[in-house]
Design a protein around this ligand. Structure first.
Ligand code: CP
Length: 328
């Protein structure tokens, strides 16, 4: 019997709806084996693109016929551009939506927004404030939802960071990662990744800005050696990777700026701090950075810095995340 007759789809394969629907909401809620598959696939896709222009399509077009909605309730450069480019490289199309211009920002419920968008698009990526918005969207959407950052976590960033570390230094399992500064949403996802990828994690920062206890508990329960060390010079001893981030995140009140700067100044990543880590330690920052605040120019632009590889790897890691979400 020919395709298109009784019980069979008349549509070419690329337009058939995938039966796989994996949400990518957080590192700790994603199976570690799946995380490993995504990292390895990201590396393979990156290698396969070697030497092509950014606009060149991939040989494989797994997102052909797919529409992806990218919703932003906060500013973004890397997340916005890397998702948009990644979808296009894989043959799909995007629409970038600002939360404030949608009915979502004017009283329509998240549940109704999720149900409506699911009738139009194949995948939703959202950057929002409260984690509850992401969770409700995922609960009511009948298409996969990706966390593009909330106040609590930033899993796509950490997928890129793991990919970047392994590209430069091999397996991250068993290595020591040190976070210096504010225990923010990126730090939280790093802690979750410590548990899932099997690396050790030391936080150094002032007590009011410690990461949430839940994140620390998760990593420890999964066997990661998690330490909180107040002296940054002591914390970075033996570090394979030193990471920091902005001292005032997008959801933090600007009124806290002066206090935070005073609290966090001792945790600036500078050449002296990097010199106390392993000689081949890498430096990462998810960007945007505030040069000469949380990190000096000398470190940002120095030989241990892999910040622009990190930014590029958002693209490759998220392509693998999208493929996993859709099962394509
Ligand atoms: N690191 C990161 O998420 O960058 P954007 O805020 O520019 O997306």
């Amino acid at each position: 019997m020919a395709a298109g007759q009784r019980g069979q789809s008349p549509l070419p394969p690329v337009f058939r709806k995938s039966h796989v629907m994996n949400h990518f909401l957080d590192i700790h809620t994603t199976d570690p084996a799946a995380l490993r598959v995504m990292i390895d696939q990201a590396q393979a896709m990156k290698t396969a693109r070697n030497g092509r222009g950014h606009a060149a399509p991939d040989d494989e077009q797994p997102l052909a016929g797919k529409m992806v909605a990218l919703i932003f309730e906060k500013p973004s450069t890397r997340t916005r551009v890397s998702f948009d480019v990644g979808v296009r490289q894989m043959g799909g199309q995007t629409m970038v939506l600002s939360g404030s211009e949608m009915q979502l920002g004017h009283g329509e419920t998240i549940a109704d927004t999720a149900r409506v968008l699911s009738r139009y698009v194949d995948l939703i990526m959202i950057r929002t404030f409260e984690e509850s918005v992401l969770q409700e969207l995922a609960e009511f959407a009948s298409v996969p939802v990706i966390n593009g950052l909330t106040n609590r976590t930033h899993p796509c960033q950490i997928m890129a960071d793991v990919l970047t570390f392994e590209e430069h230094r091999g397996p991250i399992a068993g290595r020591k990662v040190v976070w210096s500064g504010d225990g923010n949403n990126v730090c939280a996802s790093f802690l979750q990744a410590a548990g899932q990828f099997g690396f050790d994690f030391t936080f150094t920062g002032p007590p009011p800005l410690d990461p949430e206890a839940d994140f620390i508990r998760f990593a420890r329960e999964r066997g990661s050696d998690v330490q909180i060390v107040r002296d940054p010079m002591e914390a970075v001893q033996g570090a394979d990777l030193v990471v920091t981030d902005t001292w005032v995140s997008m959801h933090d009140s600007q009124s806290t700026k002066e206090r935070r700067h005073n609290q966090l100044r001792p945790y600036q990543v500078n050449e002296r701090l990097m010199a106390a880590a392993k000689p081949d330690a890498l430096f990462m920052h998810c960007l945007p950075a505030h040069r000469e605040d949380e990190v000096t120019n000398a470190v940002m632009d120095g030989p241990q810095s892999v910040i622009f590889d990190e930014a590029e790897n958002r693209l490759h890691a998220q392509k693998a995340v999208m493929r996993w979400c859709l099962g394509v």
